[in-house]
Design a protein. Structure first.
Length: 239
């Protein structure tokens, strides 16, 4: 079995070490005996979403975000088909804004228009740790935010309900969006490195899509679990 991963804009959307998400995912898949092929893709590449089992894009500067958007717009139909067909997507940081209707800065920029929301880049920044619950996990998810964007008119199912931190916008606890196997969130961290249960979830779901009878080996995430538990104890969170 081979799992094909597309790391979109690895060079432009990789603030805060977000490539760690792909490294963590690859390591755990390989420990399950799965071969992993990763394509590092950027704005000079032609994208073929149907060739992949998992697509990842991380956070970038506002300048790089707009540069990437110009490239992505020509693939709107292909991305929509990939999401509808159940290909896994994980989109973190301000990359999530590319999938809404528009991004408002000093002007209104057309985005992919694949989801209902619009985003706006404010002059203030939202910075800090976040803790929230996802409906598909038994343990809380933790992450970090450093963003100027806020989202409005979100109609999709939320990825998280936060007990700490800022959601789509100030005073809102819902954060991120999910549809089929698309998971988008403002949280960075890297989120898969900081959340062993979320990492295991993606590994299991990816493998089970290809082999529903797969026999999993024990996961070796001792250091990751220790770091996670230490953080939770610091913030007095029961899990």
């Amino acid at each position: 079995m081979i799992i094909h991963i597309a790391h979109l804009y690895y060079d432009l959307m990789n603030l805060y070490g977000e490539s760690g998400n792909i490294k963590a995912l690859k390591k755990q898949l390989e420990e399950q005996g799965i071969k992993v092929k990763i394509d590092l893709l950027t704005i000079t590449d032609t994208l073929h979403f149907e060739n992949y089992d998992f697509v990842y894009m991380g956070m970038g500067t506002e300048e790089n975000q707009k540069l990437v958007l110009k490239h992505l717009l020509s693939y709107k139909k292909e991305i929509e088909q990939a999401i509808d067909s159940g290909i896994f997507f994980l989109v973190t940081g301000n990359a999530i804004e590319l999938f809404g209707k528009s991004i408002l800065t000093n002007k209104k920029i057309k985005a992919l228009n694949l989801f209902s929301f619009e985003s706006k880049q404010e002059t203030m920044r939202i910075v800090g740790e976040c803790i929230g619950n996802a409906p598909f996990l038994s343990k809380p998810i933790l992450g970090f935010q450093n963003r100027s964007g806020v989202m409005k008119n979100v109609k999709e199912k939320a990825f998280l309900n936060l007990s700490k931190g800022t959601g789509y916008a100030p005073k809102i606890t819902q954060e991120g969006i999910t549809k089929n196997h698309f998971y988008g969130t403002y949280l960075i961290g890297p989120i898969l490195v900081r959340n062993p249960e979320l990492l295991k979830y993606f590994v299991k779901q990816l493998i089970l899509e290809l082999d529903s009878n797969f026999k999993f080996k024990p996961f070796h995430l001792i250091l990751e679990n220790k770091a996670y538990q230490t953080f939770m104890e610091k913030y007095h969170v029961k899990n």
